[in-house]
Ligand binder design. Sequence first.
Ligand SMILES: [Zn+2]
Length: 336
Amino acid sequence: MALSNSQYAKIMRDYEERQNATRLLHDERLNEIILKIPEYKILEDEAIEASMKYARSALLNSKEENSVDSPEELRAKIDLIAKQKTLLLEKNGYPGDYLKPVYTCPDCRDTGYIGNEKCHCFKQAIVDLLYSQSNIKEVLKQENFKNFSMDLFSKDDIDPVSNFSSYELMSEALRKAKEFVRKFPHSHENLFFSGKAGLGKTFLSHCIADELLKRGFTVLYLSAPELFDILRNEMISKKGDDQHSTELGRYVITCDLLIIDDLGSEPTTEFTVSELNTCINERLLGGHSTIISSNLDPSQIRDYYGERNFSRIAGLYTFCRFYGTDIRLLKKYTAV
Ligand SMILES: [Zn+2]
């Protein structure tokens, strides 16, 4: 599953549309300002004239015959006009940056590239396109730290294994999740969420994904069966004529954060055991963080995925235990 020409063209078209929208917004705002503040037009014309003179003098690398200003003087004049324009906007009740372009991604100014390198927003666009994560964006509008409520976790429901209440375990998991986000990506930390279904493991991974996507990192969110499907396709395409990794196969290993949801829900085979090991190891070697959530507890990880996977996870993942009543049921009852 590589990025086809038409998929590439689609991403580039999206960037073009974004650039057009930015230009349109700027033009609309400029017209509005010129109508309301006629002096602004005078400054704008002066700025254009000075910029053209500057460009010409820089090109000729000398004073123009008719020009009295050196390139340095022209540069200073351009800067002064820019300041005067900002002050004029502010004096008239507008934000000083009202006419600065509003980019969706300021890092690449909505071009998709920084130099010759694809910008992080381009990489995420590929991830989104290759793997239809369209609905995760919708999910993240609901499932984020802002909407996280500790009220659903009981202080009286005590976990017989750890002796902590459901509330205490969740507070601790929440603290670790926030710390993970705060230190990302420098700590190269990995998390393992263990507990039955419906206790908030997926919600908490969504909270983390939401924060990191907002900060411009590439996040790939996959259920365990989806992950192994991709790795299986990857193996097939490598055996065939095409010796290269698929785009998605590459991102499984190189994206900033990989979230594997519900490990253990897929049928475990020799293939899944060895591929999980490769995936975990390669991501560790690359310094990329991984979050695994699973209904299995660590001892079951040893049974299902063998000693090597177990020792990696036990040694290099921060463990969070979840315990309590299915919050999806609880929400349903409290909503009635
Ligand atoms: Zn960008």
